[in-house]
Design a protein around this ligand. Structure first.
Ligand SMILES: [Zn+2]
Length: 117
């Protein structure tokens, strides 16, 4: 199990490197992309699955084709949904094992935060 886990992380790190990006772990709460440094920053206090899925989600943001000129709650939610969708596809392409139930729950809770803000 442990091996499979680090295998997924290795795949992601390789993918990021191939795309000129890097991965940093942080003790902060948020996960985000530092577009200035092409770096994905991931909070370490999460389960391993959540870490993998969150990295995929952030990669999804990076590769989103849809960008709105206006910044509103609606456009944020649309971008969030699309980033989860894009991230899922990238995960499939990289042959990362995704537990749909855990993925969907994480997606739902994270989008809920934007909606109920
Ligand atoms: Zn997001």
């Amino acid at each position: 199990m442990q091996e499979k886990r680090s295998e997924d992380l290795k795949k992601l790190e390789e993918f990021l490197k191939d795309n000129g990006m890097s991965l940093t772990f942080s003790s902060a709460e948020e996960n985000y992309i530092d577009y200035h440094n092409d770096e994905i920053v991931i909070a370490t206090h999460q389960s391993h699955k959540h870490i993998i899925y969150t990295i995929l989600h952030e990669i999804g943001h990076y590769f989103l084709d849809t960008h709105f000129a206006e910044d509103s709650k609606t456009t944020t939610v649309i971008e969030e949904v699309l980033a989860w969708d894009r991230g899922y596809d990238i995960g499939q392409t990289l042959r990362i094992d995704i537990d749909d139930e855990v993925w969907n729950e994480l997606m739902k809770n994270s989008i809920k935060e934007y909606i109920e803000q």
